[in-house]
Design a protein around this ligand. Sequence first.
Ligand code: ACK
Length: 220
Amino acid sequence: ATLDTELIPLYYGWFLSRKSADLLWKTKLTFLERLASLKAFRKRVKDFGMEETKRKMNLPDYFSYRPNVLHCTTKFTDYGKAPGSEHYTKLEAVKTSNGKAFSLTITALFVTPRTTGARIQLGEQELLLWPTDAEKEVLPLENLPRGSRAHITLGCAQGVENKQTGLDLLEFVKFQQAGTEGEDMGELGDGMLRYFDKGLWMLTLSKKIEVKAIFSGYYG
Ligand code: ACK
C-alpha cells in the first residue's frame, strides 16, 4: 500500500555509474600512492600529524572513511529539515532531472589533513540544479563563483564528517580567488601538483575526467 506522503530525501545529487566510480576510485588510489611517495610530501607530513620518517605514509588508510556511493551532493535536504529544502525539491529543474543521466567533469583531485576529494566543474545544465546559496551558506562574506563547492568525497580522516570535503575545497578556492596559486610542485602522473599552506595539496589534471552520473534523491 502507498502512504500518501511525499518524502523529501536526505540529500540530492549526482550518483556515479558503477563504471565511472571504479575508474575514479582507481585514479584516487594512484594519486594517493604517488603523493605519499613524493619527497616534497614526505617533508610535510607534519601537517597530517605524522612524524617525518623514512617510511612513507599510507594515505589510503589514513582516509579511513570511504563513501559507499560516489556522488556529488547538490543539496543536503535532511528529510526536509534543512533550510530551503522544500523550495529546492519544488524547483522545475529538480523535478525534470530526477533519474536523468549527466556527464560530470572532474578537473582536479585534492588532499588535506581532513579529506580527499575530486573537484567538479559544473556546466550550464548542472548549474540549474545547484542551489543559489550553496557557497554563501558557508562563507557569507566571500564572493565565490557558483559551483565552487561541487565535489565528490573520496575519503575522510578518522573522526571527520563527509561534509568537510566541500568546505576543504572552498579553502583552495579562497586561495585561488585571492590570487594565490600555491607552490608549484611539478608534474605528478597525469597532472600538475600544487601545495597550498596548511597541508592543502591539489592535483590539476592535464586531461579532465568525464564521469557518468544519475541525478536523484538519496533516502538512506
Ligand atoms: O560528501 P558529501 O558531499 O558530504 O556527501 C554527503 C551527503 O551530504 C550525505 O551526508 C553531505 N552533507 C552532509 N551534511 C551536509 C550539510 N550540512 N551541508 C552540505 N552537505 C552536507 C555529505
